[in-house]
Design a protein around this ligand. Sequence first.
Ligand code: 5CU
Length: 371
Amino acid sequence: SRIAGDPIVDVHTHMYPPSYVKIMEDRNEIPMVRRFPGSQDPRLILLPSEVESMKSDPEGKSKVPGRPLTKHYASLDQKIHFMDTHKIAISVISLANPWFDFLDPAEAGPIADSVNDEFSKMCTKYPGRLFFFAALPLCASAEMIRNSIDHALSLPYCRGFIMGTSGKGKGMDDPEMVPILQHIKENMVFLHPHYGLPNEVYGPRAEEYGHVLPLALGFPMETTICVARMYLSGVFDKCPSLRLLLAHSGGTLPFLAGRIESCIVHDGHLLKEGRLKNRRTIWDVLNQQIYLDAVIYSDVGLRAAVLAGGVDRVMFGTDHPFFPPLETDEQGEWESVTLNVTSVNYALPNQQQVKQVLGGNAVNILKLERI
Ligand code: 5CU
């Protein structure tokens, strides 16, 4: 093995390569990058909830929308600096949301292949320190998607795929997603939220609350609903080799799995259709096909993740470059990272398990010793 000691491995860490930033700069709808007079960095405007504030204040006079697009998003040097600062030996980098979901289907395939090539080249510059999850042109034709899967898997540092919850537009329980997930075989699928919940659920005062509601609650609920739909539609049985890594410790899945089970066994419609017989429970799927990251910022949430999935299925992550420190130097330590490291240390009963979650699991599950 090339990996000495007990490495810290970050499986949830994003980038927007320069070519992708350029695509967002050329757009007038989300996702887009805009400059505002009151803001030094360009602003990254990603979420539907941010569009509301832009409507009422297009020049960003009272409040600049989105978040600053700092050099942490596109610079490989910054990624390595961030890794060194936090003693992260290996990162499995991935394109951040919303991937290629918004592209014209005809152009999505070549753009996806070229962005995945860019990720591959970045990994080549730091052999053994960087791997990546490729992103797929899910809005394109099935053939184009298959070709992009094959292309990405031919790249030596690719360790699977990142995708959002919308699949080809109708969600991950869409029957058209089944052959795609089957084509991915046993390679990891990192499922990540982007769309959140409809803005109305945040109420008329939502703008007063910054990004808190869509990010803290919308994202995790989106992931939870997506996986519940996959489970109910039988995706895990139709794709028995599928391995799914869930962002943000599974959203709320570890906490709600019991309730999902109870609702299933008390559902007259499912009973009448004979769907309660010979089924794997959501707990079985959690223990057989699902992995969880450790991006949950508290030992309580982390304990739930470990209890639900098993300690050997949980992997550390940072969500860099999102959640930078607001009042200390971005080049120093990030509180969002130390919160997650501390949670792992608090939640787990011994150093052996701490090492597993901080890095050992990722090395084994994603085969990071092999280049
Ligand atoms: O802060 C955010 O909006 C995000 C995001 O868009 N994607 C992500 O991974 N984390 C936070």
